[in-house]
Design a protein around this ligand. Structure first.
Ligand SMILES: Cc1cc2nc3c(=O)[nH]c(=O)nc-3n(C[C@H](O)[C@H](O)[C@H](O)COP(=O)(O)O)c2cc1C
Length: 189
């Protein structure tokens, strides 16, 4: 787990991976999957993430004003799908029940899930109208880390020797693609 310069934090989600949204309010901790997130500002890095109002996650995030965004690897695809298919309302401790460890992030105390390729701790940017009208949350990344086996010096490196950390891109119904064939674009002319 290596710190990522905030200038490069958006690159952790720039290519559209499914993320795990983690939350904590008091002693209650939770994790859900989100396929819908994207960078929206350069520096400080800001990210938009869609969190359905009906989720337990939305309730914890609204109460605490903080969340974690973790970028799961292929090695925890089953966990990622499962926490996106169950609610904390039915399974109060998804980490314990589905057997994945985490550490609380140093500043905001949101769970950083083991087995991920990247992690961010984020503060919610209060937007009363947006939060009541839509399911989109804007957050500011205050710190980021990555597993340097797959992301270092601000760049992803998806190779045959780090497949467990390849990011998950949701196709539908629990089917994910991972970054496979890569094509280097070259400037014409
Ligand atoms: C791969 C995947 C992607 C998902 N993407 C989103 C998303 O972008 N936004 C969202 O609100 N829910 C998304 N979901 C559904 C939530 O993860 C799901 O409602 C979850 O059970 C909420 O858990 P909670 O009630 O414990 O917070 C996704 C589910 C899966 C499996």
């Amino acid at each position: 787990l290596k710190p990522v310069d905030l200038r490069h934090a958006s690159r952790l989600v720039n290519h559209g991976p499914t993320v795990l949204v983690t939350s904590r309010h008091g002693d209650r901790r939770n994790v859900m999957a989100a396929a819908w997130s994207m960078p929206v500002e350069f520096l400080p890095p800001r990210i938009a993430v869609v969190i359905d109002k009906h989720t337990a996650t939305a309730e914890l995030v609204a109460a605490s004003g903080v969340l974690g965004l973790c970028v799961p690897g292929r090695g925890i695809a089953d966990f990622s799908y499962t926490v996106g298919s169950t609610s904390m309302r039915d399974v109060p401790d998804k980490f314990g029940r589905f057997g994945i460890g985490f550490d609380d992030s140093p500043t905001l105390g949101v769970p950083l899930v083991h087995g991920c390729a990247g992690w961010m701790e984020c503060r919610v940017i209060p937007e009363a109208h947006t939060q009541s009208a839509y399911d989109t949350w804007f957050v500011e990344v205050i710190a980021a880390w990555a597993d340097e086996r797959v992301f270092s010096a601000g760049h992803w490196s998806f190779r045959d020797d780090n497949t467990a950390l390849h990011t998950l891109h949701h196709i539908g119904a629990g089917l994910f693609g991972t970054p496979g064939v890569q094509v280097q674009g070259r400037r014409l002319g």
